[in-house]
Design a protein around this ligand. Sequence first.
Ligand SMILES: Nc1ncnc2c1ncn2[C@@H]1O[C@H](COP(=O)(O)OP(=O)(O)OP(=O)(O)O)[C@@H](O)[C@H]1O
Ligand SMILES: [Mg+2]
Length: 341
Amino acid sequence: MVFSSGLLLFWSLRLPLGHVISEKFLLHANNVFTFVATLRLVQDPIRSIPDVIGVVIQAKVAFARIVKFLDAPELQSRNVQQRHNTGSVNHSVLIKSADFSWEENSSRPTLRNVSLKMVPGEKVAVCGEVGSGKSTLLAAILGEVSHTKGTIQVHGRIAYVSQTAWIQTGTIQENILFGSEMDRQRYQDTLERCSLVKDLELLPYGDLTEIGERGVNLSGGQKQRIQLARALYQNADIYLLDDPFSAVDAQTATSLFNEYITGALSGKTVLLVTHQVDFLPAFDSVMKSYKQLLIISCCPRAKNFRTLSMHTKKQLVLKGFQKLMLCKEKDHLPGRSRRVM
Ligand SMILES: Nc1ncnc2c1ncn2[C@@H]1O[C@H](COP(=O)(O)OP(=O)(O)OP(=O)(O)O)[C@@H](O)[C@H]1O
Ligand SMILES: [Mg+2]
């Protein structure tokens, strides 16, 4: 079989090669097998040439991106004063009349004239229409957005939960610990607070299951809760949570809110971006983002407010927003904070 295919190859090669190769190098019985063997040796490397070209092009693009990243100018975050010492200050986050812009030297900042003061342990909710700058506010506190005006002071360690769940390749446990040492008690408590226990029971190796690119695929809600668990386990002072309930059902969202926000984070400073108005009455203040502005619309936990029923609180919070939206067109000055309630 091998012999006949070699013979076939020989005859198929002989004619065209006869034209190319001079009389001196014509294929004969004594050199054809060497020639075929050599041909076989080189055919695999020749076949892989297109793949190699593809890899080289990819490497060139990746290299250009790395160079662009390394050459990018440093963020001008000189106005963000970040201190880990929380001892002698009476605020966790203090923003004074700041303008934030994603683009350098932009005449139209993403957020204008933001003023915000959060005392340690305070819970503030931010809501508003899509693209109005809620995530930008969190990014600004992290120092990721350049600001042209005003100052930001942050006192304490920050834990951030992004709007798009971010998971690294590794086990669930590694994703939650994120380099911290294992404390069994704290770890178990974190899993319970994030409603992850049932999910882990369904996975083949529990919290040692590999996730990420090379592991099993998790649902959006599971990824989001792993992010929340990672943040909680870090035991930070300030929690910036960007719409963490967007991918979970209403029941899990309520459980997370009770166990995580009002339970585990009871003593922490929390800035939560959310679209779920049901949770707003539980916050110290609620901010509404609207066309580049952030407006403190109401203080649900003000003195008289606490004694009201949950339903009435919700109605009042929503009313506050409506009132705000009605008056904004008429007499709202740009950047001026308006307290409705
Ligand atoms: N990384 C970025 N680079 C440049 N521009 C950005 C970036 N992120 C957001 N923006 C711009 O900033 C503006 C506000 O976006 P942002 O993500 O803060 O809105 P949002 O209120 O969080 O919206 P959503 O409710 O959809 O999450 C948008 O116009 C958006 O295009
Ligand atoms: Mg957002």
